[in-house]
Design a protein around this ligand. Structure first.
Ligand SMILES: CC(C)(COP(=O)(O)OP(=O)(O)OC[C@H]1O[C@@H](n2cnc3c(N)ncnc32)[C@H](O)[C@@H]1OP(=O)(O)O)[C@@H](O)C(=O)NCCC(=O)NCCS
Length: 160
């Protein structure tokens, strides 16, 4: 049992959210977090400043992606969670990534989303044995999310 949130709060967060594939008409909701410097700060992409660039990213990367889901509250996307699946000899591994609109931080939403993903992905993806995540050493909130779900810190990748 993790500290911070009560079981009831955790269950509430889990009940509140659903995961589903994105559709192109989600672009305006996606833009809310993609255009927020607070969100992109710890991510490998630059803050989006125009909708066309985001539409291109959605068409080329998000929609064809085998495991890229919208985190929805009340059916509306407020964030995203993905697992990049390895290929060939690496197909036993998946790399988890997630983002959430800053207006929704601190409510247990991503913890609940990661829980849903790890509860189902090993059954959904044949041959998957490990899900890993890379987190900036200063991104304490993200480290805490992983810790709460039961991930174990395995090391620090220097100058990664
Ligand atoms: C990191 C992020 C995904 C967390 O999502 P979230 O839904 O707010 O997370 P949760 O509410 O489920 O849990 C956050 C936990 O971190 C803790 N936390 C938040 N800021 C913290 C900080 N600066 N130091 C230590 N802990 C912190 C919260 O208290 C909470 O723990 P608790 O339940 O024990 O109190 C969200 O802030 C985000 O999208 N950030 C920008 C993108 C990003 O960093 N993505 C991850 C890249 S690896």
């Amino acid at each position: 049992m993790e500290q911070g949130m009560t079981t009831e709060e955790n269950e509430k967060a889990t009940r509140q959210i659903s995961l589903r594939p994105f559709v192109l008409s989600d672009v305006d909701d996606f833009m809310v977090w993609a255009s927020d410097d607070k969100v992109s700060k710890f991510c490998s992409w630059d803050t989006y400043t125009n909708k066309d660039d985001l539409l291109k990213y959605m068409k080329e990367t998000v929609l064809p992606h085998p495991w890229f889901r919208a985190i929805c509250v009340g059916g509306r996307p407020v964030g995203a969670i993905s697992v990049i699946l390895g290929s060939g000899n690496d197909r036993c591994r998946g790399e988890l990534g997630y983002v959430l609109g800053s207006g929704y931080w601190g409510k247990g939403i991503v913890t609940a989303a990661v829980r849903l993903v790890v509860a189902s992905i090993f059954m959904e993806v044949e041959g998957l044995e490990r899900v890993e995540a890379l987190v900036d050493v200063t991104n304490k909130a993200s480290q805490r999310v992983l810790e709460k779900v039961g991930f174990h810190k395995e090391g620090v990748l220097r100058k990664y």
